[in-house]
Structures are given as C-alpha cells and as structure tokens.
Design a protein around this ligand. Structure first.
Ligand code: SF4
Ligand code: SF4
Length: 99
C-alpha cells in the first residue's frame, strides 16, 4: 500500500527554492556573469510583464521578476542557463568583477 505522507514529503523536498546567502557570497565562484541588454529584453522593451525565462530557469533564484529583470551578481554562479533560455538573445556572459 502506498505511503501518501512519505510521497508528499518527497514532492515537497523536490520543489524547495534556493536560499540566497546561506553559503556566503557564492558569486565569486565564477568570473563570467550574465549581462542583460535592455534593448533586446522583452519586458524591458515593452514595459509589460512577460517572458521572465531568466527568472524562471535560474537555479540560484538570483534573478528578479521585475521590469527590467535584475540579477544579483554576488550570488550568481555564472552557469549561463539564463542566457540559454532567453528567447530574445538579450543575455551575454561577460567578465564582471565582484567588489
Ligand atoms: S529571458 Fe531574456 S527576454 Fe526574457 S526577461 Fe529575461 S532577459 Fe528579458
Ligand atoms: S548565470 Fe546561472 S546563476 Fe547566474 S543568473 Fe544566470 S541562471 Fe542564474
């Protein structure tokens, strides 16, 4: 017989969101960081909420769902997933110094 309580626990564990800052400033792990071109970014151009793939797919939860989207570089790992998922090719990976 299936253990429903246990099944729910497994589902809940799999949808936990990342927590910013738990391991300190982790953005120093990578030098390449995403930079958003606001002239290409869909919500930035239109002024309307839409797309936000960068927010949706970022595994670190460091992209805001705002117009324009903002990236918290101090905690961004530089994985480039946001760049890959951007339908407008508005994100480039560049060398950015964290102060
Ligand atoms: S995925 Fe690209 S177009 Fe969409 S909100 Fe992010 S930067 Fe803008
Ligand atoms: S490079 Fe990776 S960690 Fe940084 S904002 Fe993009 S998806 Fe998130």
């Amino acid at each position: 017989m299936p253990n429903k309580k246990k099944d729910y626990q497994i589902i809940l564990a799999s949808i936990q969101k990342p927590v910013i800052g738990e391991a300190g400033i982790t953005g120093t792990w990578s030098k390449l960081k995403p930079v958003i071109n606001s002239e290409k970014c869909i919500p930035s151009k239109s002024g309307k909420p839409g797309c936000f793939n960068c927010w949706l797919f970022c595994p670190e939860g460091v992209v805001s769902r705002t117009i324009p989207p903002k990236i918290n570089i101090e905690y961004c790992k530089g994985c480039g997933i946001c760049k890959e998922e951007c339908p407008a090719s508005a994100i480039s990976m560049e060398e950015v110094e964290i102060e």
